[in-house]
Every structure is written in C-alpha cells, then in structure tokens.
Design a binder for this molecule. Sequence first.
Ligand code: ATP
Ligand code: MG
Length: 241
Amino acid sequence: MSVVLRGISKSYGAIRAIENIDLTVEAGEVIGLLGDNGAGKSTLMKVLAGAVTPNAGTIEVDGAAHVFRNSSDASAAGIAMLYQDLALFDDMPVVHNIFLGREMTNALGFLKYGAMRVRAQQIVNGFSVRPFDVRTPAGHLSGGQRQVSALARTTAFGSRYIILDEPTSALSPSARDEVLGIVRDLADSGIGIVMVSHDLGHVRKVCDRVAILHLGNLVGVRDMATTTQDEIISLIVQGHA
Ligand SMILES: Nc1ncnc2c1ncn2[C@@H]1O[C@H](COP(=O)(O)OP(=O)(O)OP(=O)(O)O)[C@@H](O)[C@H]1O
Ligand SMILES: [Mg+2]
C-alpha cells in the first residue's frame, strides 16, 4: 500500500515551483518533507491533496491511477491534508468541527447529535493526550487540542494518508510531544503520513525517512536511521550532500 507520485511538475507563470518530482509514501511510515522557504514543499503537498492541479505527472494510490480535480477527489481516494491554520470553526463545538459536512443523520434526515458526540469523544480519548470534552467550542482549545481535533477529523473518515504542514510550529513543548506521539501512533496503525517541517529535531523524533526539496527539485530521500544531521542540512542548503 502506497501513494506514488511520478514526474510531478507545477509552474506559476515563469516560476517553476516543483519540477519532475518522484516520491513514494508507504502506508505505516512517516516521511518528513524538508526544504528551505520557497523550495516547493507546500506546492507538492497541495498537488497530493488535490488542491493544486499539476502541469505534468501522475498520482497512484494503492495501485490505482488518480486525477484529482479538487480536495474532495483526494479525500475520496483516502488522502487528507491538515493546513497550518487547521481550518476549525472557533464558535463551533469540536464534535461539529469533526463531523462538519459529513454529519450522522437518522432515516428522517435529523442530526444524530448524541451518536456523533459519543463517536467524537471516543476518537479524541483514543489519542494519548489529556482528554477534553468534545462539546467545547474549538476557539477555547489549546494549540495542541486544536491539532488533536483536526487529526480526529481526518481519522474519523478513514483517511489512509495524511499530510501535515508544520503540525508542531505553534505548540508548547509538551503539546508538541503529544502531537508527535499521535503522529507516530497513527503511522503505527497503518496510516501513511507526510510531515512538512522546518524542525529537524521533530523530524528525527518521528520520521522513518526524509525527502528534501531544493529550488523545486527533489534532491534526496534518506532513511532516518542511516543519514546524519550534516547530510540533511547540506541537502537543504546546497541541494547536494
Ligand atoms: N499560488 C502561487 N502563485 C504564484 N507563485 C506561487 C504560488 N504558490 C507558490 N508559489 C511559488 O512557488 C515556489 C514554491 O512555493 P511553496 O509555497 O511550495 O514553498 P515552500 O517550500 O512551501 O516554502 P515555505 O517553507 O516558505 O512554506 C515559491 O517560489 C513560491 O513563491
Ligand atoms: Mg510552505
């Protein structure tokens, strides 16, 4: 089981944001996507999430070829992206944020609020973090709890591949460790995860492999166990080791 990107390119006018990228994400692994500002990380992830249409290249999910016209297409194929701002509605309880657009209803079309609340609470409690009540408005949550709520939303609907753009950047040290722990648990449960990050410490803690972009080109993919900090930094800064 894997997602395979082949020959993905995307230009904006004269700017070649990414060029001829080949990358595989295996089920059950965390792959860190690294690179300097403007290297093309977000562009590549948006292509994978269906939010940006590439000029060239193909996407295969678990052996089937896909063309994503929008993020719903990617979501139907089992791929979900968490954007940095997390896109939660602050005035809405966590349970509604989790089920937004995919509410459970009975035969007459009425919302099954109780069932949604129980399910949402189960999912949140399943993550190894200090539990919180899913009736809380999202605007009252801590940064770590927001991250957990957003992850609950992606996992509630069976995403098999999850893209995280800088999931730990705005968190306190303890929330950071909790979120990294959840990322690892999700991967161990069989989900494939791509994590965009500028923090090599976090990448080292949780990733199995790293992929490095430099000026729109994929300049290296390394196993975390055999690469070094120096090698990764050279790839990020110079584009070669
Ligand atoms: N919508 C857009 N229109 C025009 N140019 C864009 C657009 N999106 C990205 N670019 C350009 O494409 C290149 C890659 O940008 P991208 O956002 O993918 O980089 P990044 O690696 O995510 O950087 P950062 O670490 O700063 O988030 C940059 O030169 C950027 O200015
Ligand atoms: Mg970016």
